[in-house]
Design a protein around this ligand. Structure first.
Ligand SMILES: Cc1cc2nc3c(=O)[nH]c(=O)nc-3n(C[C@H](O)[C@H](O)[C@H](O)COP(=O)(O)O)c2cc1C
Length: 314
């Protein structure tokens, strides 16, 4: 798949997940075969007004490249400026614009999926970001605002015309939130309408299902979000349900990456949340999860995981 000068050799992509897709998790997913990983959404205001907690989200390393950092906002000038700051501050390979987030806090400010109700403003934002970014710009949006306004095709054409190099369609409406059926027909229609690569998204739970989405809709790639949590193996070609041992091995590696990049005690609660996902569905998983949540510090957490893995191997 080609985005201007950037070539993606594989079609599976890690979705932006606020609170989850930080550097450690992105790198882990790259190690397991993701072609490209998206950062969590980054506030354009936070970058322009130089807020430290926003700059903290820009952490990246050469090994994880290519990386796509996602901006959100509703002001074309601020979004354009944020894109320029992003390119000056870090080695980023593409910039994504969030036009699909349904969360109230984001919608209230006219950003995220609210932009699907104002395609003219959305177009101004895309044009400004494209003009200021030194890298390809991608746009992520939904099927439409509600089931009476399925506007993804017109929106995708507008994005292409405004200079976007790739679009991702989460084939649900704003009113659906994160449940309700994903409409593959919308992905197919978008693919037929534009010349740029189209990524399909929504409820893909296995590599096999992702391949089916590509076959049946013609989309160029598949974006996986929730199913990658606790299961980065999903990016491995031909991956089946990971074994208990392979899940624990992935968790161990995830903890190593967290220790390498973050002040471990400051991210303990978040780490436990990630760790819990690896145990979901395992026999005895709830007892194991309770044991993890009891850990007082990161070192104990690592020991407990080593212990689980030792039991597995013995
Ligand atoms: C916890 C959580 C955080 C998310 N954060 C973002 C975000 O920052 N930016 C964005 O565009 N979408 C975000 N999404 C939407 C996902 O990227 C994705 O479109 C959606 O979850 C559907 O894909 P999935 O079924 O594979 O998870 C988020 C979803 C979840 C569940």
């Amino acid at each position: 798949m080609q985005l201007n000068s950037l070539t993606l050799d594989k079609p599976f992509i890690l979705a932006p997940l606020a609170g989850y897709t930080d550097l450690a998790f992105r790198l882990l997913c790259r190690e397991y075969g993701a072609a490209l990983c998206y950062s969590e959404m980054i506030s354009s205001h936070g970058l322009v007004y130089r807020q430290q907690n926003t700059f903290d989200l820009l952490q990246t390393v050469a090994e994880e490249r290519p990386v796509n950092m996602q901006l959100f906002g509703a002001d074309p000038e601020i979004m354009g400026e944020a894109a320029a700051i992003l390119c000056e501050t870090v080695a980023v390979d593409c910039i994504d614009i969030n036009m699909g987030c349904p969360v109230k806090k984001v919608i209230k400010r006219g950003a995220g999926c609210a932009l699907m109700r104002d395609p003219q403003l959305a177009e101004q934002i895309i044009r400004k970001v494209v003009a200021n970014a030194k890298v390809p710009v991608t746009v992520k949006f939904r099927s439409g605002w509600n089931h009476h306004t399925i506007t993804a095709v017109a929106f995708a054409r507008m994005a292409e015309e405004a200079g976007a190099s790739l679009v991702t369609v989460h084939a649900r409406t704003w009113t659906d939130g994160f449940s309700g059926e994903v409409d593959w027909g919308v992905i197919r229609a978008v693919k037929q309408a534009v010349g740029i690569p189209v990524i399909g998204n929504g409820d893909i739970e296995s590599h096999h299902e992702g391949e089916k989405m590509m076959r049946e809709t013609g989309c160029d790639g598949v974006m996986i979000g929730r199913a990658a949590l606790g299961n980065p193996q999903i990016f491995k070609p031909g991956a089946m349900m990971p074994s208990r041992q392979s899940r624990l091995t992935a968790l161990k590696r995830h903890l190593e990456l967290i220790a390498r990049f973050f002040p471990v005690e400051r991210v303990l609660a978040k780490t436990k949340n990630h760790a819990g996902k690896y145990l979901k569905g395992l026999h005895g998983g709830s007892t194991m999860r309770a044991r993890l949540y009891d850990c007082k510090d990161f070192a104990e957490l690592q020991q407990v995981v080593e212990g689980f893995l030792g039991q597995e191997l013995s």
